[in-house]
Ligand binder design. Structure first.
Ligand SMILES: COc1ccccc1CNc1ccc(C(N)=O)cn1
Length: 245
């Protein structure tokens, strides 16, 4: 998969993707991430990329040009079937399902806005869809673009060492994650749940499912509502809720 990020801070994006799982996926050639700035296409002596908003108000707006030229140059580097995404708080929520959908594409163009955003006509002419990583406003679309890249790339085949860890990601099952433990087995008197230390894999699977159900019920009732729990899941949840905390 090829990802082109159009941003006023390409070095920030390029540096951030060199870390960890993303960095390894790039080294392996599973994904290529390229960041470019509209500033390289600015024609005026000040290399300006923004201007004052019509209608007045605070802040600046990214102008159609040179952003459009940089977007078209980036699109020319992407395979057919690629999609362009604008990161903005008023976009469609980034969910696991959306990440899975984007992970199937041959390429992505991600436009990271700055200032108060970009001229609406640029979005209309060059962007397929807007995506939001949450109901809050940031100073730029670069961090949302990096969040989207991470959520998508980790789903690509071979990126995660153990495929299971992607599948186990709770949002795949629509549930929150279960608690994780590692050595030491007892820390300041707090022991790891005995079931995890024993070798009974069926009991461990059951305990993890129960924890995921219980935690989702307690922390994200909105997610539970969307699920049609099986009889077994309902039993596990009831048992979890009956346990003294
Ligand atoms: C004032 O900033 C803008 C105004 C308009 C568009 C983009 C930006 C860049 N900022 C962003 C971008 C995305 C998200 C998100 N929730 O995904 C939050 N902030």
């Amino acid at each position: 998969m090829r990802i082109e990020v159009v941003t006023l801070f390409p070095e920030f994006v390029a540096e951030a993707v060199r870390v960890g799982v993303l960095g390894r996926a790039i080294e392996r050639g599973t994904v290529a991430v390229n960041a470019t700035t509209p500033r390289e296409f600015a024609t005026d002596v000040h290399k300006s990329v923004d201007d004052r908003p019509y209608g007045g108000g605070p802040g600046m707006v990214m102008t159609i040009e040179p952003a459009r030229t940089s977007i078209r140059a980036a699109k020319a580097r992407l395979p057919a079937g690629s999609r362009s995404v604008y990161l903005a708080a008023d976009g469609a929520p980034l969910t696991h399902a959306k990440a899975q959908e984007l992970a199937k594409l041959p390429g992505l163009l991600l436009l990271a806005g700055r200032y108060e955003g970009v001229d609406e006509r640029l979005i209309q002419s060059e962007i397929d869809e807007s995506v939001s990583i949450g109901d809050y406003v940031l100073s730029g679309g670069e961090l949302p673009a990096l969040v989207l890249i991470d959520a998508v790339v980790r789903l690509l085949p071979g990126v995660l060492g153990d495929e299971a860890s992607a599948i186990e990601d709770s949002f795949v099952a629509g549930l929150l994650d279960w608690p994780h433990y590692t050595r030491p087995e007892v820390f300041e008197g707090q022991a790891v749940p005995a079931v995890l230390v024993g070798g009974n894999h069926a009991a461990i699977r059951r305990w993890r499912e129960q924890q995921a159900l219980g935690r989702t019920w307690l922390r994200r009732p909105d997610l539970i509502e969307k699920l049609a729990l099986t009889a077994e899941q309902q039993r596990l949840l009831k048992e979890f809720l009956a346990e003294p905390k």
